[in-house]
Write a new protein. Sequence first.
Length: 563
Amino acid sequence: MTELLVVGVIAVIAIAGAAVLGPRIGVAAPLVLVAVGVVASLLPFIPNAKVEPEWILAGVLPPLLYSSAVSMPSMNFRREFGAISGLSVLLVVASSLVLGLFFAWVVPGLGFWWGIALGAIVSPTDAVATSIVKQTSVSRRAISILDGESLLNDATALVLLRTAVFAAGASFSFWGALGDFARAVAIAAVIGWFVGWLNVFVRSRVPSAAVNTALSFAVPFVAAVPTEHFGGSGLVAAVVAGLFTGIVGPRKLPPGHRLSDAQNWQTIELVLEGAVFLTMGLELATILGDVQNDHSGIGPALLIAVGALVLTILVRAAYVVPLLFGLSAAAKRGERMQDRFAEMHAGDRDAMSEVIREHRPGNRAPSERELDRFTTRVRRTLADIAYYTKAPLGWREGTAVVWAGMRGAVTVAAAQTLPVDTPHRSLLVFVAFAVALLSLVVQGSTIGPLLRRIAAPAPDTAAKDTEERGRLLDLMRTAAEQIPGTREAGPRTREELEAADPAELRAWMGREKTRRLAVLEAQRAAILDARDDGTFDAEVLESMLQNLDAEQIALELRGAPAR
């Protein structure tokens, strides 16, 4: 027991040290931890480490994916959902098929379906590994695509892995496999949505911030465990619960509770992500020993891993290039329609009603609810067009999306779930580990210099953000004016405060505090409505929300208002 405690303490210190040291030496902290783990695994007095894959797949990934989903801007996820879903599903399937053929060709006696299984293992990018990319100069839009991809592609890969393992030992039906995948995602979406709703419903009624945050730690597991029991994807369920919480939480949860959540989840992410990379390095000796005992050497296996990594990059590039052309063409189509949507948005409700009637059988007039939905759709479409126009995806962003597709601990953990009777199992596990490690070292260490070399001239983001803030301040000012009542006259100078009657002073302060809290609530609602419409930059919106939260927390710390 004492030894485990010592190991745990040393690991936490190593994770914290890497987080501090990495930026100073210009190396991403995850790469520092992998290097530390590799060196430690080769020392003779360090015992071989073997981590159960379920600890990673069921214990580490759900909270990490949930936390990432909570913090991901919901409108950016919606806008990029086409690209995200393609990268998360179509690219994973295509990569698995190509790699499956490659592995079946280079590993004698492996077979096509076991090749597909290994292809599914090494195909998905890793949600933890993409944290390296955020430390570079990648555009905000590219980051949104990479974040969304890493949230969902693990589920596709694990479902495909399970299907390939089953097909290797039994008859296979394409439509049956497709149905299983759709069923797994549907179950996950339903349970994840319900758990997200239940999460916000319960926690909005808990007065203690500490208890509230403690409950949040259980949410990803409450979503994932039942989903897996019913045959769904627990990872997708955790993501859906996180997305729901991120969208609805700011409207329901008090600022102090959300601040506590953010601070504590940042610590959890730091420790879990660090532990994942440290464990990857520590497992090296065990995996090397296994493949050395079962085969003539690691040289051929390493060559297979290099070939697999090259193929994953080539297939990813072959998919991303037409994807970018498609996104660019869609953006141009939207730009051509911008004036038409602007005319509709500028018109009155009668004009919008006429537009709807023109496209309806029988020229039927819309209801007020339908008219409201149409108005919202037009407003959001205009915001989407502006978003795509201001942040086009060119060859630089495409290069970033291709080269940032790193593999990580999920690949290693998934490989270790292969059945014990898998042909050449130790070789397959080593290849998966080598692909992940090479991906982190080669792509992770070069992504920063590469992006700096191809970076376009830095845009004037400061001027843009200042303009956005000015528009937001106007919106907040308008929201504040809707609150009845005006600021009451009260003591201003020190002499007036000392001369004021204590009871009257407390009553005045209470009324002012109540009015100010009402103003903050109205301003927050207006900003969140703007967030849902996508009319402002996500980072600027988040900054303004944090300012409102900080002011409300400061007001609430002054005590309860007078009744």
